[in-house]
Design a protein around this ligand. Structure first.
Ligand SMILES: NC(=O)c1ccc[n+]([C@@H]2O[C@H](COP(=O)([O-])OP(=O)(O)OC[C@H]3O[C@@H](n4cnc5c(N)ncnc54)[C@H](O)[C@@H]3O)[C@@H](O)[C@H]2O)c1
Ligand SMILES: [Zn+2]
Ligand SMILES: [Zn+2]
Length: 383
């Protein structure tokens, strides 16, 4: 089968790989129909994630059709159209029992902090991902759901990560009616977090980025008030000025480890790898939220420490909440929101790229070319 493979930083290509096989009775093999590239994939592409092995296939956002099931699979049949959450999880361990699917204790032999993620290096279990013609789905009775008949493929694929994560980011903000919410980052996660903030009762939603085409999307898709941080000497002071010098009630970091906006942070993280990521957006979030406010962190950071302004967070009495999104926990509510038209995830899709051309897709997404916000990968299996 054809699959995207990692060759080293900034180098990926499509190769012939063995079609995955059933390895455990509760595995399924899914023939991928549609996948996506996530902002998280860029951390891998840029060589920021430890233990990203040459030959690994990325892709943790995908939907497809069940091609084969193991003998113990009861909930799925060959031919079912399925969406697969980005988390690999067992459904029964201490953490899964508490809904912490992204922290499953049974799926990642390489680390205890994080559970399993498809196509996200051996740091998250080494599972090959869905930017391929076929993918092995472990715990097939637990993770995937049949896609409802009324749901379109391009909406379903965004429910496997980006939408669920944006929504989760707003949820962790503990938004109450009338709250002022600042979202750092106008990528897919930030756009969905901003849109979801309204559904949770926000009174004002502000989005910050430096890419104009993304800020434009934040205005049209998420009805947000937007600021370009390069147009202000100090974006935190600007945020204070527009919130009666109190600060926002809630700030959401939808940027993560590769944040721009501070040269020293950039050099010590991306270049010298002295920190697990540049916490510029996180520090701006800590600084621009009011005392007693909440910071929700969706942006991903590596396992190494980062220079986070922890003292300020402590002295301001902030609540810091964060996690990899436990995707399936969000689905019942999100299915309703998509069904009743409150959310139309595919509105943020800008590019549809055949799997054969995925290397170009990575390059464009990494360099933020051609107004790219969310690229989908179309797959038509040949084997
Ligand atoms: N927690 C989870 O479960 C989860 C799931 C998906 C993605 N993520 C993470 O969320 C983050 C966002 O994902 P995405 O797909 O939207 O990525 P993306 O790369 O498309 O978007 C990030 C945006 O942040 C902007 N940005 C850079 N520096 C900034 C700064 N200092 N202030 C404000 N904006 C800034 C960029 O211009 C870009 O538009 C990534 O770190 C990703 O790894 C986490
Ligand atoms: Zn992702
Ligand atoms: Zn588990």
């Amino acid at each position: 089968m054809k699959a995207m493979t990692y060759r080293g930083p900034y180098r990926v290509r499509v190769e012939e790989k063995d079609r995955p096989r059933i390895e455990h009775p509760n595995d399924a093999i899914v023939r991928v129909a549609l996948a996506a590239i996530c902002g998280s994939d860029l951390h891998l592409y840029h060589g920021m994630m430890p233990d990203t092995r040459v030959g690994h296939t990325f892709g943790h956002e995908f939907i497809g059709v069940v091609d084969e099931v193991g003998p113990s699979v009861e909930n799925l049949q060959v031919g079912d159209r399925v969406m697969v959450p980005f988390n690999v999880f067992c459904g029964t361990c201490f953490f899964c029992a508490r809904g912490l699917y992204s922290n499953c204790h049974n799926v990642n032999p390489n680390a205890t902090a994080v559970g399993g993620i498809y196509g996200y290096s051996h740091t998250t279990g080494g599972y090959d991902g869905g930017q391929a013609e076929f993918v092995r789905v472990p715990f097939a009775d637990v993770g995937p759901s049949k896609i409802p008949d009324w749901m379109e493929d391009e909406d379903a694929v965004l429910l496997t990560d980006a939408l669920a994560t944006g929504y989760f980011g707003a949820q962790l903000g503990d938004i109450v009616e009338g709250d002022v919410v600042i979202v750092f980052g106008s990528g897919p996660v930030g756009l969905f977090a901003a849109k979801s903030a309204w559904l949770m009762g926000a009174g004002r939603v502000i989005v910050i980025d430096h890419l104009e085409h993304r800020l434009e999307k934040a205005r049209t898709f998420a009805q947000a008030e937007t600021y370009n941080f390069t147009e202000h000497d100090d974006i935190v002071v600007k945020m204070k000025k527009i919130t009666d010098f109190l600060g926002a009630d809630v700030a959401i970091d939808a940027v993560g480890a590769e944040a721009d906006g501070n040269l020293i942070q950039h050099v010590t993280s991306a270049k010298l790898k002295l920190q697990g990521g540049s916490p510029v957006a996180l520090n701006w979030a800590i600084d621009s939220v009011r005392k007693g406010g909440t910071v929700s962190v969706m942006g991903a950071y590596g396992p190494l420490f980062s220079a986070v302004k922890f003292g300020d967070a402590m002295n301001k009495g902030l609540t810091l909440r964060m996690n990899q999104c436990p995707v399936k926990r969000q689905w019942p509510r999100l299915f309703e929101h998509v069904h009743n038209g409150h959310l139309k995830p595919s509105d943020i899709v800008t590019h549809r790229i055949p799997l054969e051309h995925i290397a170009e897709g990575y390059h464009m997404f990494s360099a933020k070319l051609d107004g790219m916000i969310k690229p989908l990968i179309t797959v038509s299996a040949t084997s």
